[in-house]
Design a protein around this ligand. Structure first.
Ligand code: KG4
Ligand code: ZN
Length: 352
C-alpha cells in the first residue's frame, strides 16, 4: 500500500499513548495511564504525570510496534502532540518523538492535541480491542465538541490540516474536572466522572435546578460558545453544605443526576447552537466525558431534533490516545506537508 505508516505519540495529560496507523487504518493503539497514581490527590498532578510518561514511553512504543506487527525501520513518519496540555508531560512525548525521528532519520510532525481528537474519527479497521466500528467517512465541515478532564472546546473544522477554528472553550474548569471535583465533595472516588454517572442513574435529574454556566442572554454576546463549570461546582457545594448544616442527609443520587443534567444540557445546547448558527449539519464528540451516559443520550436526542448527524468514535479513540495523533500525522504526510523539523517545543497553550 502507498498509504503512509505513521507512529503517533501522545502525552498531553495522564495517558501515555502510542498509536500506529497506515493511512486511515488503525494498526495499534497502546495506552499506559498514570490515573491510579493521581487518585489520592483527586486530580492529575503534572509532575507525577511527567515522570510516569518517562517510565511508560519505551514499553508503550514497544507494545504498539508488537501489536501492529511493524518494525521501527518501516515507519514513514513520526507524529507527536506538541500542545496544548501539561508542559512537563508534553515535553516527554516531544523529546521521545525527536529522538526516534533522529535515530531513524524519519520526518517528524508536530500535531495539535485538540485537532487530534477530530483525526480519531478518520480511523477504521479491526482495532486491537475490537473497538473500532464501521462508520461512514467523516465529512467536513463539522463542529467538534471535545470534553475531557483537561479541555472543553468547541471547534469548527473546515479542513483538518489547514482550517480549524476555536469557537469557544471553558473559561475555568474543564467539564471532566467538574465531574471529578463534584464527585470528591460527594465522597465518591477519583476519577469522578464514571462514579457520578453510575450514581446518577438512580437519581432524579430534575430534583435540583443547578445553574447552566454562560447561558444567560448577557453571557451570550461575549461567550456564546464558551463554557464555565466552576460556578456549577460551587453551587453544588453550597447546596450540599446547606443540607449538612441543617442536619439533613444528602440525596447523593439526586445531586449527581441533577449535576450531570446541568453539564450535559449546557454542552449540548452550545454545540447544537453552533451547528445551527453556522449551518453545519454535523457534530463530532471527543474526549473522556463522551463516556457519560447522559451526554451521549442528550447528544442523540438533540442532534435528531435539530437534523444534525452525530458522530461518536469508539471510546478508546475518544479518550486521549496515540492513534489519533498518528492519524493526523498520516494526513499531513499524504497531503505532502513539510515536516516540523526538530526546533519546535512543547507548547502548553498551543492554538488550533
Ligand atoms: O479524555 P480523558 O481520558 O483524558 C483526560 O482528560 O485526562 O478524560 C478523563 C476525564 C476525567 O475527568 C473523567 O472524570 C471524565 O473524563 N470521565 C467522565 C466519564 N468517564 C470519564 N465524565 C463523566 N462521565 C463519565 N462516564
Ligand atoms: Zn484530550
Amino acid at each position: 500500500s502507498t498509504d503512509p505508516l505513521v507512529l503517533g505519540i501522545e502525552t498531553s495529560c495522564d495517558e501515555t499513548g502510542v498509536g500506529i496507523v497506515r493511512g486511515r487504518t488503525l494498526l495499534a493503539n497502546a495506552i499506559a495511564s498514570s490515573m491510579d497514581e493521581h487518585a489520592r490527590y483527586g486530580g492529575v498532578v503534572p509532575e507525577v504525570a511527567a515522570r510516569a510518561h518517562l517510565e511508560a514511553m519505551t514499553p508503550t512504543i514497544e507494545r504498539a510496534l508488537t501489536d501492529a506487527g511493524v518494525a521501527l525501520e518501516e515507519l514513514d513518519a513520526i507524529a507527536v502532540t506538541s500542545g496544548p496540555g501539561l508542559a512537563g508531560a508534553l515535553m516527554v512525548g516531544v523529546s521521545a518523538a525527536k529522538a526516534l525521528a533522529v535515530a531513524l532519520d524519519k520526518p517528524l510532525y508536530a500535531v495539535n492535541h485538540l485537532v487530534g481528537h477530530v483525526g480519531a474519527d478518520l480511523l477504521h479497521g479491526d482495532g486491537l480491542r475490537g473497538a473500532v466500528g464501521a462508520v461512514g467517512e467523516l465529512e467536513l465541515p463539522t463542529i467538534a465538541l471535545l470534553v475531557s478532564g483537561g479541555h472543553t472546546s468547541l471547534l469548527l473544522v473546515r479542513d483538518l490540516v489547514s482550517d480549524v477554528e476555536m469557537l469557544g472553550e471553558t473559561i475555568d474548569d474543564a467539564a471532566g474536572e467538574a465531574f471529578d471535583k463534584v464527585a470528591r465533595l460527594l465522597g465518591l472516588p477519583y476519577p469522578g466522572g464514571p462514579e457520578i454517572d453510575r450514581v446518577a442513574a438512580t437519581g432524579d435529574p430534575h430534583a435540583i435546578r443547578f445553574p447552566r454556566g454562560l447561558t444567560l442572554p448577557k453571557d451570550l454576546e461575549r461567550h456564546r460558545y464558551d463554557f464555565s463549570f466552576s460556578g456549577l461546582k460551587t453551587s453544588v457545594a453550597r447546596w450540599v453544605e446547606k443540607r449538612v448544616a441543617a442536619g439533613e442527609s444528602v440525596p447523593v443520587a439526586d445531586v449527581a443526576a441533577s449535576f450531570r443534567e446541568a453539564v450535559a444540557d449546557v454542552l449540548l445546547t452550545k454545540a447544537v447552537a453552533a451547528c445551527r448558527d453556522l449551518g453545519v449539519p454535523r457534530l463530532l464528540l471527543g474526549g473522556g466525558v463522551v463516556a457519560n451516559a447522559r451526554v451521549r443520550e442528550l447528544a442523540t436526542e438533540r442532534a435528531a431534533t435539530a437534523g444534525i448527524e452525530l458522530r461518536v468514535p469508539p471510546l478508546s479513540l475518544c479518550t486521549d490516545n496515540g492513534a489519533m495523533i498518528a492519524s493526523l500525522g498520516a494526513q499531513l504526510v499524504a497531503g505532502g506537508h513539510e515536516p516540523s523539523g526538530l526546533s519546535f517545543g512543547a507548547d502548553s497553550t498551543l492554538p488550533v
